[in-house]
Each structure stands twice: as C-alpha cells, then as structure tokens.
Design a binder for this molecule. Sequence first.
Ligand SMILES: [Zn+2]
Length: 548
Amino acid sequence: MHTSRRDFIAGLGALALMPYARLEADLIFYNGNIFTVSDKLPHAQAVAISNGRFFAVGSNDEILPLATASTRKIDLGWKTVLPGFNDAHSHPCISGVDHLRMVACDKDSIEAIQAALRERAQKTAPGQWVLGFLYDDGKTPHPINRHDLDAAVPGHPVLIHHRGGHTVFVNSLALKTAGVDDSTPDPTGGRFERDSSGHLTGFVGDAAVRVFDKFIEDNPTRDDYRKGAALISRMFAARGVTSACDADCDPEGVQGYQDARDAGELRFRVYAHIGARFVDRYIAAGIHTGFGDDWVRVGGVKQYADGSISERTAWLSQPYIGISNNYVGLQLSTREQLLETARKVHAAGWQLATHANGDLAIDRILDVYEQVQREMPRRDPRFRIEHCTLPTDSAIQRMRTLGVIPVPFSAYVYFHGDVMHFYGEQRTERMFPMRSYLDAGLRPPDSSDYTASPSDPMMWMQSQVTRTDMKGNVWGANQRITIEEAVRCGTANGAYASFEENTKGSIEPGKLADLVVLGQDPFKADASSLVKIPVERTMLGGKWSYES
Ligand SMILES: [Zn+2]
C-alpha cells in the first residue's frame, strides 16, 4: 500500500513528533544502534533531525519515509549512537587559556617535564615566569620538587600547577621572588611543605599558593579567552562531550564562551557556575541561574567548603593514611561564610553549587542547604554538591530528603588509583558512591573536573562500571554500576543538574540534536577496555562538532 508522506505522518500513533508547522527533515540517520536514554523508546534504528533538533525517532521503516528530496540521509552501518555527553563539572575556559600559554606537564617522567620546561625557559625573557600545568605527582616516580625544577630551570622562576588545581610546585627562584623561606609560617588554610629537616620542598598547598599571584603577570586578553574556549571545546568534542558545566567561571570566561559562540567556534554548550566572589555583579544586573541560551547559560553559584581529593586536602573526619600529625585536610570556608553567601543567592533565585569532598565538608554544606530552605522555601532549588566524594549514609539520606544533586568525579578510581591508598580500602567503599546514590534515588551526573582528570566519557564509564584503576587494583567494588546507568548519568542526569532536562540529555523529539557515534558498542565491549572505544563523530545541534 502506498501512502503519502502526509498520511504517513498523520498515521504515526506511537511515534512522537515535534510540533513543527512544517516537518522537513534536514538529516536522517538510519541503520543505527541507537540507545536513546528515553524510557518511552529506549532503542531505535533511525532518527530525523530538523533545525538542529530531533523531530522523529524510531525504526528505519518509520523514519526513512520522512525524507524529502532535500534530506541528507546517513547510513550508520549499525554503529552505536548515544546522546551527547555532559561533563557536569569541569573548568574548560581557563584550561583552554592555559593550553595556549603554559607547558603541559601531564608526563610520567621527571626528565620529560624538565626537558619541556627547559625548552620553554630558552624562549622566555629573563625574569619572566615559566609556568606549567596538568602535573600529577601520582604519575611520576616521586613528586617533582624544588631541586628537580632548579636543575631544569635555574634562571627563571618556575611554577607548575597540579592538575587538581589546588596546589603548585615551585623552584627556588620562585620562592625567593615571593619572599618565602624556611622560616615563613603557613598561612591559614594553606601550607608550604617542608622536608624532615625543615627545608622547603617546593610543594605549596591551597591558600599558600596566593603568595605567588602578585608576582606572576597573568592577564590573558579577551581574545585569549575566546581562543581558549574554542580550543577546549574542540578537545572535549573529540571525546563525545556536547555540554559542559564550567564549575567556577569568572566574567572573562563567560565572555570568552559568548565570543566563541558568536564567532561560530564553540563546540559544546556551557552551563557556567559563577564564582561567589563575582555574584554581586550579576545580582545587580538582575541575572540569576538559567539566564542565557542553549549555548551559554548562567549556572549556579560556586563556593568552596574544603580542599581536593587528588591533592589530599579534602576535609575528613578520620585522618589520611600515611600522612603524619593526624592530618585531616583543609576547611576552606567557615559555616558562617557558606551560610551568608547561600542566603543571599538562594533568595535571588540562584542554584547553589558548593564544592565539598570530605564527609565533614558535606555535612557542613547540608546544614547550610537545610537552613536556607527552612528560612526561604523554594520549589525545586536543585542544590548541588560539587564532587560530594565521601558522604556518610546519613548524609545521603539528607540529600534524598532535600533533593540534592551530588556531582561526583567519574574517572577517579581509574585515573587517580595512585592516591586511593591515602584513603584506604574501607573508605574507598564509600567514595564516589554511585551505587549508593542511585539506590537512594538521587541523580548524579558525570564529571571530570578537567584539568583534574580527562574529560573522557569512555573513561568515566570504565571507572564506574569496574571500579578498577589503571594498574588493575579494585577500589570499592560495592559501588559498581551498570553501563546503562553510567550512560544515563553522563547524559540525562547532566541535563537535569542544569535544569535542562527538557532540551537535552536524551534522543527524543524536540530535544537538541546532540549525539555521539561510537566505534564500538559499549554494552557489548569488555568492561575493562571501554576506555579504548573510539569516538568516531560528535554532533551538536545537527552539525558535526567532531569527525575522526
Ligand atoms: Zn572543580
């Protein structure tokens, strides 16, 4: 029986369609192994796209007849298609700017880092700083120290950022320039590490890092921010990421994303948390969470309760293992400071997004969230706890009651296995507790905290499904989740965490046409080699943002 296209569309009962006056498919994918992350139709073979959005999803037989003479048809050859991934906590713009001007120190030998620094120093004017980033002390045979750096670059001050973002490694000239010596006391919330004989090692933690700020000429231009945003969005797109939350954006970063969008250079969508130190400027302008468009949107307000996991500064109730003096990490804000900001921004219509890793930090911010919601009840505030690494069972129950969204590190077990022993096997059974979160009915998204770990959804999946690190050690097998759950966290839950579940996170009619085509089906692949699955193509709003 022959039916016209109009009759066919009218007859599509089960198939949901976009309420478009004119249904013209610009593009149809068919012969696909499409996992939609939609409960209405979890698996599909074909999808039609119009004006940058999905408008029909179904079988080949249902979708192919929607083609008109101008429709481009792409045979997927039964490749696996997933919704585009959402990196719900990362630092893209500033990392992009860093990629433009700093030495990448993500190398596993001290010699290789020294060589890269030496090369940069040769091109750097005397007295100017040589800066590095992406360094991870767990990946080199010993943490790089002042003497390693002096040997490579004696004539310039050197400062290398740990990829976690909270600590740095400096050479002797950097310490001298900043007036820091063996007798300098540690500032509140920070430390200058000393060896057993009391000499500075060159490792500088948290608040102490600020002593170097005023000596380093660090003023990227507006154009640098645009270029940085564009560069990093290309890097993320190559891994299948179509949306990212910038977890602590400064106004220059917001502008950089906008400039990159205006120039047609932005390859992902951004939800930008605003650092608490800038929020008054936005409040004065009448802006709160949700302002913006599908490309660049204002997110929550970011503040910090404690330090980091990868750099062992998270604030814990029980001491770290193998660090002296019953060290329990660092508090970065008092309860009163957190509460003051929370009251102000909650009243002004902002989502709260507080960095809290350790159990004590999580309890502290939950106290604050409960209090502001008691004082000023707001419907669906979607309080976020950024990282939320080590909650107690009772914290998870409180989160459930309050509808809090934990935003855990997704690749840490795999990528940072080398620091897990500081927490110990027992504690890692409660770290990044995805199984516990999902069982409690919470909706954790996925995140990299890039530069802290790679923005790589395949690595997130492997880490969460296997709970196994690069060397094969298992940490907290009780927290394993399924591939299907991991995909949902990395897509739909990311959209929910930014109030965008109606526009993205699944392949459904009406949603933005953001998707990824994989070289292998993760549901059929060996769980211990998910990280090797290639991303072949990434689509953003109906256009390829990456093609391998
Ligand atoms: Zn972060």
